[in-house]
Design a protein around this ligand. Structure first.
Ligand SMILES: [Zn+2]
Length: 483
């Protein structure tokens, strides 16, 4: 245990989270938290690759002694306390961040969150990722192994926790340093000004793509999509150069996971949607408007002046909110219930601002009770959740369970091994694909088959399908806004 503590301290010195001068202070604090008697014993530190290499040893020992109850939740709760010993106070962190050059500050902060184990890189590196070549260009598929599995003990513990009293939600600024559940002791925010309002920047602890960031409003208030959204997203691309920013839609089943707190996601990653080709281009004053070749109906506005883009995007939004097309099943309202909204994404490419508007329709039918333009039931065995911002841009985040189910499916196809109960949800799909699978390249073949399902999921979500009728209607819609 003492060796693990020594290794951890030297790892943090190496990562420049702390300095050699801080050694005694940090050691005394860690010993106290763990319940060890400090001594003059001298140890030679050993190299570790992630904080978890040392933390796991410490946590295992504490579990054996009965101090931790054996749940993942208890482990995460305790190691956050240990790592917080290494962390700067928020004001000091902001001071350092603000005094770095714009070329270095984001990389520094990203690295800092990893070194403090707020981003648990050891878990994220277990994710399985590959690309799938679709008619829309390559799509990205990730099977997410990094979110800790909910073990029965953590689930039982969760039942006794009071919900959303303080902090009101998982995004609220009050999570900074929050010591409850989930434990956010070493979580730090960077406060900044967004169009005269206080906002906060943080990295997502789950990192679905490079430098996956979240910005959140100071106030705990509902997500909303209007011209302020478009303006904020474009402004953010200037505040955090090299990052894209996107907003989830503001209706419940469209796919954003947290609607109760106004926020956007961003990061340093080029998503498949960016590389989509252009079906048709239009000119509006000095702006370029494009209908892009993408399964979800997307309008791209490009230009040098953000405010002009905002004004045009707002016209598209207003038109979309009341747009109906009976033959295509597009419906804006049922009585008072609104069905239409947008997922929007901003980026800056070679000094030109771009705003993507992804049209979303939430209405349901007897045939598709969970949404006509949401993933249909025949694909739920791969992905049941609705499609939010990240997936709308072409990156599938698939559940961990799929990993073992796909292994089962491969054994079923190659060795006729019967499926276990969990994998039976894939039976129809397997029957459909098994004759086309090349069993000499089974891994690649199954990856491609999964990619194809994701492609079909995205097609389900498109309101104007890319057939002649859909494209004509989409074209008419765009022209009506531009006229
Ligand atoms: Zn909140």
């Amino acid at each position: 245990m003492k060796q693990a503590i020594e290794n951890l301290i030297y790892y943090e010195i190496e990562q420049q989270t702390i300095r050699q001068r801080d050694y005694m202070y940090v050691k005394n604090q860690l010993y106290y938290l763990i319940g060890l008697e400090p001594s003059y014993e001298i140890m030679t530190p050993q190299q570790i690759n992630h904080p978890s290499d040392a933390l796991n040893q410490i946590l295992d020992t504490l579990e054996k002694s009965g101090r931790l109850d054996g749940s993942v939740q208890a482990r995460d709760w305790f190691d956050a306390k240990l790592m917080n010993v290494f962390a700067l106070l928020p004001s000091m962190l902001e001071y350092q961040f603000n005094h770095l050059s714009s070329d270095h500050k984001m990389g520094w902060l990203y690295h800092y969150a990893q070194a403090l184990n707020y981003i648990r890189m050891d878990r994220i590196l277990k994710n399985q990722s590959y690309t799938y070549q679709s008619p829309f260009g390559h799509l990205e598929i990730t099977i997410n192994m990094s979110k800790p599995e909910k073990d029965p003990k953590s689930i039982a513990n969760a039942l006794t926790v009071k919900h959303n009293v303080y902090p009101k939600c998982l995004l609220c600024k009050e999570n900074e340093g929050f010591s409850g559940n989930p434990s956010r002791d070493q979580h730090r925010l960077i406060k900044f000004d967004l169009a005269g309002e206080s906002w906060y920047f943080q990295y997502s602890p789950y990192i679905y793509y490079n430098e996956h960031a979240i910005v959140l409003s100071d106030e705990h208030r509902l997500m909303h999509v209007d011209q302020t959204t478009f303006r904020n997203l474009l402004l953010l691309t200037d505040i955090f150069p090299g990052y894209f920013f996107g907003s989830n839609a503001d209706l419940p089943i469209v796919g954003g996971s947290i609607l109760t707190h106004d926020h956007y996601q961003g990061g340093k990653h080029h998503f498949p949607i960016e590389k989509a080709s252009v079906i048709k281009s239009y000119t509006y004053h000095d702006l370029t408007v494009e209908m892009i070749h993408w399964p979800l109906s997307t309008i791209r506005i490009r230009g040098h002046h953000p405010e002009k883009i905002v004004q045009l995007a707002d016209r598209f939004l207003k038109q979309w909110l009341t747009y109906n097309h009976d033959a295509l099943n597009i419906k804006a309202y049922t009585h008072d219930e609104r069905h239409h909204t947008m997922t929007s994404i901003a980026r800056k490419r070679d000094e030109i601002y771009e705003l993507d508007l992804v049209l979303r329709d939430n209405h349901t039918s007897k045939e598709h009770p969970l949404g006509i333009f949401h993933p249909h039931a025949d694909k739920w065995h791969i992905k049941k959740e609705n499609i939010g911002l990240i997936e709308a841009m072409g990156l599938a985040i698939l559940p961990k369970r799929l990993m073992s189910e796909l292994t089962e499916i491969k054994a079923y196809i190659t060795d006729h091994k019967p499926l276990n109960k969990a994998s039976m949800i894939h039976q129809n799909w397997i029957d459909e694909i098994k004759d086309t699978i090349d069993i000499n390249h089974i891994d690649q073949a199954i990856n491609e088959a999964v990619g194809q399902v994701f492609e079909q999921v995205l097609i389900d979500c498109g309101v104007f399908k890319l057939n002649n009728e859909g494209k004509d209607a989409f074209d008419t819609f765009i022209k009506a806004v531009l006229s």
